[in-house]
Design a protein around this ligand. Structure first.
Ligand SMILES: CC(C)(COP(=O)(O)OP(=O)(O)OC[C@H]1O[C@@H](n2cnc3c(N)ncnc32)[C@H](O)[C@@H]1OP(=O)(O)O)[C@@H](O)C(=O)NCCC(=O)NCCS
Length: 216
């Protein structure tokens, strides 16, 4: 079993935040997070209801369309809300000096003979990267998953995401398989584009006043 003796482990194990989640809210802007005490400890705790919006916005600042188009497209409010709803024990945040420094969202996939731990989202604020924040979040999550019988971890990330690849490699991940992401803009597709135009025309016919207003 993984044992951490640092404050990260203690606060998450007790399921009690040692710092109020509200204090993390105030850290939503990166301007305020730069004022964090550089030597303050990293505290990992359960995600709380007041963390949902700050965690979402932190993700928005990290999963940008220029760097990570796939992550950008799939990151939305329901990722945080959904995991908080279905897997609250695998939703953790890290705080430094009262500032939201990072988050991790995961789930357990249970098969007949094997439980897989899946890391779905991991993000650390630019202000706090390379300080071991992701490592602490990851260790705590894996510790939790081991307690639930997980013996195998899975995740996927863009091969061009050097930071993530190096991070997960440093945590022992290997056996890399390339995964191809494909995308299709339906509006530009010959057949589906016609369906989209048809549906748009239908909506405009059903509510001409509203669609005229939208187009002015
Ligand atoms: C990937 C990410 C979570 C790492 O967070 P972090 O808190 O900076 O990582 P840690 O400080 O725990 O790093 C541990 C080790 O990982 C490796 N690592 C982490 N970031 C790295 C980077 N940018 N370049 C090279 N190696 C890196 C290093 O080996 C590092 O150890 P070291 O600092 O002693 O050299 C962070 O860069 C991030 O949020 N990126 C954007 C979001 C993202 O891509 N998330 C993953 C996909 S969902």
């Amino acid at each position: 079993m993984v044992t951490n003796s640092d404050s990260a482990s203690d606060s998450a194990d007790n399921h009690e935040p040692t710092v109020s989640p509200n204090s993390a809210n105030s850290s939503n802007s990166s301007a305020s997070s730069t004022s964090a005490n550089a030597s303050a400890p990293v505290i990992v705790r359960n995600m709380e209801i007041d963390d949902l919006a700050p965690a979402f916005h932190l993700g928005e600042s990290l999963f940008t369309s220029d760097l990570y188009p796939y992550l950008y497209r799939t990151w939305e409010e329901w990722e945080v809300i959904g995991f908080y709803n279905t897997d609250p024990e695998y939703c953790l945040v890290a705080e430094i000096d009262g500032h939201l420094a990072g988050f991790i969202l995961g789930t357990v996939i249970s098969k007949a003979s094997w439980n897989y731990g899946y890391i779905t989202w991991l993000g650390v604020s630019h202000d706090f990267q390379r300080r071991g924040v992701a490592g602490k979040l990851f260790d705590k999550l894996v510790e939790r998953m081991i307690e639930e019988g997980v013996r195998f971890m899975l995740l996927d990330t863009d091969p061009a995401n050097t930071a993530a690849v190096k991070f997960f490699t440093s945590k022992g991940f290997g056996n890399t398989r390339q995964h191809v992401y494909l995308s299709l803009n339906l509006s530009k597709h010959e057949y589906y584009g016609r369906i989209i135009s048809y549906e748009r025309d239908k909506a405009e016919r059903a509510n001409p006043w509203r669609s005229r207003r939208r187009h002015t």
